[in-house]
Design a binder for this molecule. Structure first.
Ligand SMILES: [Ca+2]
Length: 209
């Protein structure tokens, strides 16, 4: 009987852990592998915005999945550039993860005070002075950075988790390259994912030792 009770306690303790280990629910971002680019050439990969052919675009010589990734080149000092995905079905109060894989360039590695960073920009619908529908940023949740130390020969995963503010209508999942001074170089990003967590807070608090 004693062993039976211990077994039940052990099993119930492990249920939340196994749920949290399965952070592979539905990816709410489409085309996170940057393979779908119906226009070819300098067209945006489907679903992704802010394409700038001078500083970023599709890489075909580096990829973690399929045959393409995104390259981001260092902007000029004190500037920033990046790509983003707008997701319009955000649920306020829900927790979201955002992750990608990044790899440094062997031929043109990141140098100086420059780094990549992922973030989530929480947005709200509003009207401008002419009554036109616009979207304004409420706040930004910042994720990990990756600078000159970023690995050259393997893809490194980066992940962040954040809760959507109460009045969020939509969010942009953003990958950027910052140059804070004397920056140079290039990095690649592939297999970008975001996920709405079912019971993130409960699982998280359980995992804190
Ligand atoms: Ca890919």
């Amino acid at each position: 009987m004693g062993k039976f009770i211990v077994l039940i306690v052990t099993v119930s303790l492990f249920i939340p852990v196994s749920e949290s280990a399965v952070l592979v629910g539905k990816n709410i971002l489409s085309n996170g592998g940057f393979e779908n680019r119906p226009g070819g050439g300098h067209e945006d990969p489907r679903g992704w915005g802010s394409w700038n052919s001078d500083l970023n675009g599709i890489a075909t010589n580096e990829f973690r999945s399929g045959s393409q990734s995104v390259y981001l080149k260092c902007p000029k000092t004190n500037d920033v550039q990046g790509v983003f995905y707008v997701y319009k079905k955000i649920k306020p109060g829900k927790e979201y993860t955002f992750s990608c894989y990044a790899k440094n360039s062997v031929s043109n590695p990141v140098k100086g005070n420059a780094f990549g960073q992922i973030s989530i920009e929480w947005q709200k619908k509003a009207k401008d002075k002419d009554g036109k529908d616009i979207t304004v940023e409420i706040s930004r949740s910042w994720g990990p950075t990756f600078g000159p130390e970023l690995a050259l020969i393997k893809w490194t995963p980066f992940t962040m988790t954040a809760t959507a503010p109460a009045d969020t209508d939509q969010a942009s999942f953003v990958i950027q390259f910052f140059n804070r001074g004397d920056g140079d170089g290039e990095f690649f990003v592939d297999d970008v994912e975001a996920e709405e967590l079912e019971s993130g807070k409960k699982v998280k608090s359980f995992l804190i030792p």
